[in-house]
Design a protein around this ligand. Structure first.
Ligand code: ZN
Length: 132
């Protein structure tokens, strides 16, 4: 459960999402959803010619945690090389969020992370990869 202070932080950030929007001509566009909660996240990533993430925006709908975590993710990856951002560990991302999450909420928090990874690698990050 959240303490009041953290919930307040989430609610405030939710009203002031910095990275919500659309990037025209983005290099990476990917979308996925979280059926258990109804969250949907679509990410847009703009790369420099050198492969640095110049901008990331997201669009979507869903619970506060899914939207705020996408906003925080964009802050984390902007300015990084794509290869570096691809290596962002799940645990490190959760630490950045600073939330003590129940298993259901974890899925909400990690949706943007999952969408980013899938988009960045152009493949699914779970075990569904098929060998050539
Ligand atoms: Zn959710």
């Amino acid at each position: 459960m959240f303490d009041d202070l953290y919930y307040e932080y989430l609610a405030t950030r939710y009203k002031n999402l910095k990275n919500k929007g659309v990037i025209e001509n983005a290099d990476i566009v990917y979308e996925d959803g979280n059926p258990t909660c109804g969250d949907v996240i679509r990410i847009y990533v703009k790369l420099s010619p050198e492969g640095i993430i110049e901008d990331m925006k997201f669009d979507g709908k869903g619970c506060t945690i899914s939207q705020v975590s996408a906003d925080i993710l964009a802050d984390i990856v902007k300015g990084k090389r794509l290869e570096e951002a691809q290596k962002l560990e799940k645990g490190d991302f959760i630490n950045e969020l600073g939330i003590d999450l129940s298993p259901i909420r974890i899925k909400c928090a990690l949706l943007s992370y999952k969408v980013f990874k899938m988009g960045a690698y152009g493949v699914k990050v779970d075990d569904e990869r098929v060998d050539d």
